[in-house]
Each structure stands twice: as structure tokens, then as C-alpha cells.
Design a protein. Structure first.
Length: 116
């Protein structure tokens, strides 16, 4: 019994070490684009306000595509100050900017309209 518990303990310790090594490697190789900034911009635009016109609202993301992490949500009628654009690999137009609370991120154009 004693030998099997030692073996089990060593197996658990080895498994934990492997998990830490794999997780550390995954985190170290994560893309830099996960940070919210304008580095993904392909075209600067004159500052203009967009209004969320989708009743479901709009998700603000950390980059210009659906695969980027969700940062926050804007409700119908809320404003977003756009400063540049980019197209995702799917061909969708995205705006980078900030809301009235100075929270920055990317919003897909199809959920907004230009403020008249």
C-alpha cells in the first residue's frame, strides 16, 4: 500500500508540473493583439459618433473580429466615438474608438449607424 501511494503522489506531481509547463507555454505564445488598442486599424477616420441601432445592443471587443474577447456591452441608443476602421478576415467592417465613459474597444459596423 505504501509503495502505491508514493507512486500516486509522484504521478500527481508530474502531471501538475506538465500542466504548468503547457499552460505557461500557451500564455507566453498568446497573440499580442489581445490587448485593446488601435494597432489593428487600417484606415484613420475623422472622429465621428456612431449610435448603437441594434435592439440587442453591441458587444465591444478587444480586436476587430468576433474571435477577440468581449470587453463590455453597449445598449441600443448609446454612443461610440469612432477614430479608425479595419476589416476582419470575414469581410466585416469594424470601428475602433471609445464610449462616453472612455472605455476603448472595437464594435462591428453593422450594429451602429452614424450620428446625423
Amino acid at each position: 500500500m505504501r509503495g502505491s501511494s508514493r507512486r500516486l503522489g509522484r504521478t500527481a506531481a508530474t502531471s501538475a508540473a506538465v500542466a504548468v509547463a503547457v499552460l505557461g507555454t500557451t500564455l507566453a505564445t498568446a497573440p499580442a493583439a489581445s490587448a485593446v488598442d488601435s494597432s489593428g486599424c487600417s484606415k484613420n477616420i475623422a472622429n465621428h459618433y456612431r449610435i448603437v441601432h441594434d435592439l440587442a445592443g453591441a458587444t465591444i471587443r478587444s480586436g476587430p473580429a468576433q474571435g477577440y474577447s468581449k470587453r463590455y456591452h453597449l445598449n441600443y441608443g448609446e454612443y461610440f466615438l469612432a477614430v479608425c476602421t479595419a476589416k476582419s478576415s470575414a469581410g466585416n467592417l469594424w470601428y475602433y474608438g471609445k464610449d462616453l465613459g472612455d472605455r476603448k474597444g472595437w464594435v462591428v459596423a453593422s450594429r451602429t449607424i452614424r450620428n446625423p
